[in-house]
Design a protein around this ligand. Structure first.
Ligand code: 0A1
Ligand code: ZN
Length: 878
């Protein structure tokens, strides 16, 4: 544990590895009180690094070293040095075999990195640097090796033994033990290694690839979850087909396995041929999981599967290149989700995540480029910037090149770099080489942090029929970066005429009318675009389909926003216009208790509620008011209480004015005969739950009875939990606690549903105050060792229940700081992630920021702070 400042690692100091490993032979002896790992590495000096190091250095973390052999001879003390985080063998030949035996204690591993136990089963998590918790190894992604893994364990307690690749041998051993040997023919970095041993049930299916190979598909779960695998299996098959059709990528091994585990730090992990999933990201059935869970599972199953090419076959040279695999893979999974569901809704959801949370990260003390240039603890860099902004950057390349050229670029990338560990620059280079486009300036998206801001002005010359748009870009300073260069931004736009129709766009100097949506390319600090032949003053529809991850400032008035809401041919901008209108109205009433809300917002909402022709999925999105988090993001010095109350008041006034329309809309959304996750059905359930929530917020007694009835008669979790949430957030105390009890009694055996039950309470602005949250921590179902439980109580409180977390007495901040200090010892990754809400302290008005800063300081002052939390806290206070 920490006594000194952790080391910062710099991209500029990257050097090729001194030694390469061609083959790794592992033998795991698994016991109840520990595990012995025998590792045999076939090592050679790297020709590219010749002349550098004499000595071999292998990474290790929390290992007990039992023995070291070099080419069959046991090394004596003095012939090697165990420095804890490094095993050093001073003099080694150019090629040799190194055998290392280590002893681990998986049952005591609460960090959930390396080899650990989750509900009785052994499992591993090696990304980013967990393999060094298993054995000494050059634990860096540019060392790629072939692995052979033999697992030995008690046969009755651990009948299923899994690792990467194909199983090549199995048999019984003395003492009721057995073994299975796995061989992975594809060279891989150590972070993709995986092992699972447990008493698991296997669900099987198969997939025939485009070249006619039959692939065995298997999902492994605990027996209680047998009913919950169908959706993941279907999603997997859809993803496999889609990757063939859209990217020409075929699966390469004969078997593809997924394992569900309850204790997992993240969502899921793409280990070669053996993906390991957090149960909540893979298991679902309609009765117990919501539409959101179904959609999340489809996209995460696809995400992990897509990594087989974007990440595994072509991997990262070093961890600064993390977005090479993550940005590209998120882009791929979001294309997939758009193809499977509603593209517009998908775009809205992606953009919301970016604009709310990634923009906030990019404006805070942890801001970093898509390709960072330094870090202390790499697990802190699994961020929205690496994932979501990284995906937005790939999307912009797609927009600039067009789908055909982009596909040629991706073919070239996969073909050129198959089996290699490469950089984001190699990715961009392949796109350039395939398309002939110069992406030189575009590369700044990888190097510069911060969200570009576009300020747009316009001018209409009626006599000349010319419409002139001036677009200026600026990029705010971020830690360590000032005076940024302008970036290359694809800026899609359209112009609407007075009827609301798209105007064909002709730029000065062009002949003939062009398309109605044009992608203008911004490369300078300022551009002036002149559109000719514009017969009347148009309304601009800017940044269509959110064509770049930027902020846009343009002074639309409310009538123009209403006009865009009902006429824009771009669904995303119809939604965005509604959001801008709502933001404007909420801001107007903020702090002014006597101000009425603009009737135009009421009318717009009424039109939406009664519009049965429009795409209901879009309608459901458009009716949702901007979140508190987004409103905070938009403010200069956020006053959380004022924002919360203003938003609440607008919601109440809307609900009051629209009561009858809400009732009618609710009644129209009759539950479907059969549960399906189609965009239409999801929209209908979402409208039903939203209208119910609005009505209950009013304290409407008829709505209360409707909610109770929905709660009782629901045949799927979306409806049941929707009713529960509405009751929990209503003023009806008795019904609320009765529904909560009933729900818990019904579902207490299902940990995933209990997580929902926790988060509905912890995130409730009505009943989820700090005292209530503390009671949840005492509940029998709460478990400090399970990251999901922590996320659904503490994470939900600090991340979603803003009005209670930001109590002005600072109690919410102190509570979070206590929690972080407590978790810092047992699970530093989770502790560091929980710190995020405090890091933005400078964004808040003084009454809040002081308390947040103090809470951070109290974490900083803890003895033996982990490297994970150290980095976040020190950077936030700097
Ligand atoms: N690569 C995984 C996410 C992941 C990252 C780190 C982990 O442990 C520290 C676990 C999973 C993905 O993108 O899905
Ligand atoms: Zn990923």
């Amino acid at each position: 544990m920490r006594t000194s400042q952790p080391k910062t690692i710099y991209l500029s100091e990257y050097q090729v590895p001194d030694f390469l490993v061609d083959h790794v032979d592992l033998r795991f002896e698994l016991f109840e009180d520990g595990a012995r790992v025998h590792s045999t590495l076939t090592v050679r000096r790297n020709a590219e690094a010749r002349g550098r190091a004499e000595q071999l250095e292998l990474n290790g973390d929390s290992l007990t070293l039992e023995s070291v052999h070099l080419d069959g001879r046991e090394l004596q003390a003095g012939e090697y040095e165990d420095r804890g985080e490094l095993l050093v063998v001073p003099a080694v030949p150019d090629t040799f075999e190194l055998q290392v035996v280590t002893w681990l204690q998986p049952h005591k591993n609460t960090r959930l990195e390396g080899l650990y136990k989750s509900s009785g089963m052994f499992c591993t998590q090696c990304e980013a640097q967990g393999f060094r918790c298993i054995t000494f190894f050059p634990d860096r992604p540019d060392v790629m090796a072939r692995y052979r893994t033999r697992i030995e364990a008690d046969k009755s307690a651990y009948p299923i033994l899994l690792s990467n690749g194909n199983d090549v041998e199995r048999g019984d051993l003395d003492g009721g033990r057995h073994f299975v040997t796995w061989e992975d023919p594809f060279p891989k970095p150590s972070y993709l290694f995986a092992l699972v041993a447990g008493d698991l049930v296997e669900q099987k299916d198969s997939f025939t690839t485009m070249s006619g190979r039959d692939i065995d598909l298997r999902i492994y779960i605990e027996p209680r979850n047998v009913e919950k695998t169908a959706h993941a299996m279907d999603s997997l098959k859809r993803a496999m087909r889609w990757d063939e059709e859209v990217y020409g990528r075929e699966y390469d091994l004969d078997i593809f396995m997924i394992v569900a585990v309850d204790d997992f730090n993240m969502g899921a992990m793409e280990n070669k041929g053996l993906n390991i999933f957090n149960s909540s990201c893979v298991l679902a059935r309609p009765e117990s999981e919501t539409d959101m869970a179904f959609q999340r599972i489809e996209s995460i199953v696809a995400h992990e599967y897509f990594h087989n090419w974007s990440g595994n076959r072509v991997t990262c040279r070093d961890w600064f290149q993390l977005s090479l695999k993550e940005g590209f893979t998120v882009f791929r999974d979001s294309q997939f989700s758009a193809d499977m569901g509603s593209p517009t809704v998908n775009r809205i959801e992606n953009a919301t995540l970016l604009r709310t949370a990634q923009f906030a990260e990019d404006a805070g003390p942890m801001a970093h480029p898509v390709r960072p240039s330094s870090y202390m603890e790499i697990t802190n860099f699994y961020t929205l910037t690496i994932y979501e902004k990284g995906a937005a950057v790939v999307r912009m390349i797609h927009t600039l090149l067009g789908p055909e050229m982009f596909r040629q670029g991706s073919d070239l990338y996969f073909g050129r770099h198959d089996g290699q560990a490469v950089t984001t620059d190699d990715f961009v280079k392949a796109m350039e080489d395939a398309s002939g486009r110069d992406l030189g300036q575009f590369r700044l998206w990888y190097e510069q942090a911060g969200t570009p801001e576009l300020t747009v002005e316009d001018e209409y010359d009626r006599a000349a029929q010319v419409y002139r748009l001036t677009v200026r870009q600026s990029i705010p300073d971020t830690p360590g970066q000032t005076d940024k260069k302008p970036q290359h931004i694809p800026f899609a736009l359209g112009l609407l005429d007075t009827e609301g129709n798209d105007i064909p766009l002709t730029l000065a100097g062009e002949s003939g009318p062009g398309d109605t949506t044009r992608v203008l390319e911004l490369t300078e600090r300022e551009h002036v675009f002149e559109f000719t032949g514009v017969a009347s003053q148009p309304v601009p529809s800017l940044l269509r389909d959110f064509s770049a991850p930027v902020r846009v400032n343009y002074p639309w008035n409310r009538d123009q926003l209403m006009f865009l809401m009902s006429h824009d041919s771009d669904g995303f901008n119809r939604w965005d216009a509604g959001q801008r209108l709502a933001v404007d109205v909420i801001r107007e009433v903020a702090g002014h208790a006597e101000t009425d809300i603009d009737p135009r917002l009421i009318n717009a909402s009424r039109t939406l509620l009664n519009d049965r022709e429009a795409d209901q999925a879009l309608v459901a999105k458009m009716l949702q008011l901007p979140s508190e988090a987004y409103l905070i993001e938009l403010s200069e010095e956020a006053d959380v209480q004022t924002i919360h109350h203003a938003r609440e008041r607008v919601l109440k006034m809307l609900a009051t004015a629209l009561r009858d329309d809400l009732m009618a809309c609710y009644q129209r959304q009759q539950p479907a005969e059969r549960y399906q996750v189609t965009p239409e059905d999801v929209a209908s359930r979402s409208l039903r739950n939203m209208t119910l929530a609005w009505l209950l917020d009013l304290g409407d007694e008829q709505a209360r009875d409707m909610a109770l009835e929905q709660f009782r008669s629901a045949t799927n979790m979306t409806d049941q939990s929707g009713a529960l949430r509405a009751l929990v957030n209503s003023p009806f105390e008795e019904e609320r606690s009765h529904a909560l009890d009933t729900f818990y009694q019904q579902w207490h055996k299902d940990p995933q549903v209990v997580e929902q039950w926790f988060s509905i309470q912890a995130s409730s602005p009505v009943s989820g105050d700090l005292a209530a949250v503390r009671r949840l921590l005492e509940h029998e179902a709460f478990d400090w060792k399970n990251p999901n439980k922590i996320r659904h109580v503490v994470g939900a409180f600090a991340g979603q229940n803003l009005v209670h977390f930001h109590e002005q007495d600072g109690s919410g901040y102190e509570f979070l700081a206590d929690t972080i200090r407590r978790l810092d010892d047992s699970n530093p990754q989770i502790a560091a992630r929980l710190t995020a809400p405090l890091t933005r302290w400078r964004k808040f008005a003084h009454v809040y920021s002081e308390g947040m800063r103090k809470a951070l300081e109290s974490v900083r002052d803890k003895d033996g702070l982990s490297r994970d939390v150290y980095e976040v806290v020190h950077k936030s206070l700097a």
